[in-house]
Design a protein around this ligand. Structure first.
Ligand code: 13P
Length: 255
């Protein structure tokens, strides 16, 4: 499948897997994706697995990302992890603004913007999550919500920094529910995001931006989703927890 931008298939493991479960996963996953070099493959485990995972993936075609970080380098912020600490482990990609962070841990657009700016200033790559709730979609507010999240998320960034970000469109109602957005809904939202970024930062820059889809992605639907013009990859939760299933997603394979 020819894509305009290099595809990125990223697994968000959320709060799953112990160290030994992670090691077992890698012992099979690495073989299943060996030799794939035309797309980026990434795993985002919980913090306790990060360090060991970096060691185990050294020299492989699979990269490591963190699921979250705070924006300061150090200080009295109990329970938080900083960009400096992630970089120290060799990790330069971080998921920011996931809907579970927004809704369960009450992160707002301003905090998410601070995290994105911090990531950019540390030469890290943020995977910036946006998406509307079911209520917002049913009220016809999807484009307004996405525009608001994009505008606030990218506030204060220089245009040249925008392509360093990866945007992940994850409609909240499709996360962990088994309900995938329709192909029309996905393409429409991704096009909208690209157009908005084009208005903010210029069309050339928007054309370089990678936009991932997330929400009940699985082997059975990945090929169709990846065939959409403005979809450049996937951020996968549940179906990334088994190595066989995530390897099929990486290959855009149903079976
Ligand atoms: P599911 O793939 O389990 O729907 O989760 C998507 C997600 O939240 C990825 O960040």
């Amino acid at each position: 499948m020819d894509k305009k931008r290099r595809p990125l298939l990223a697994a968000n493991w959320k709060m799953y897997k112990t160290l030994s479960e992670m090691e077992k996963y890698l012992s099979s996953f690495l073989g299943l994706v060996a030799g794939i070099d035309d797309r980026d493959i990434m795993l985002a485990p919980n913090y306790t697995c990060l360090n060991r995972m970096v060691e185990l993936l050294n020299g492989s075609n699979v990269k490591v990302a963190a699921q979250n970080m705070f924006y300061q380098d150090e200080g009295a912020f109990t329970g938080e992890i900083s960009p400096k600490m992630l970089l120290d482990m060799g990790i330069n990609t971080v998921i920011v603004g996931h809907s579970e962070r927004r809704h369960i841990f009450h992160e707002d657009d301003e905090l998410i913007n601070q995290k994105i700016r911090s990531a950019i200033s540390h030469e890290m790559k943020p995977i910036f999550c946006i998406g509307e709730t079911l209520e917002e979609r049913e009220a016809g507010k999807t484009s307004r919500v996405l525009e608001y999240q994009i505008r606030l998320g990218l506030k204060g960034l220089q245009n040249k920094d925008v392509p360093k970000i990866v945007v992940a469109y994850e409609p909240v109602w499709a996360i962990g529910t088994g309900k995938t957005a329709s192909l029309e809904q996905i393409q429409e939202a991704h096009r909208l995001v690209r157009d908005m970024v084009g208005e903010l930062a210029g069309e050339d820059i928007a054309e370089k931006l990678r936009i991932l889809y997330g929400g009940s992605v699985k082997p059975a639907n990945v090929k169709d989703i990846m065939s959409l013009d403005d979809v450049d990859g996937a951020l996968v939760g549940g179906a990334s927890l088994e190595p066989e299933s995530f390897a099929k997603i990486v290959r855009f394979e149903e079976n």
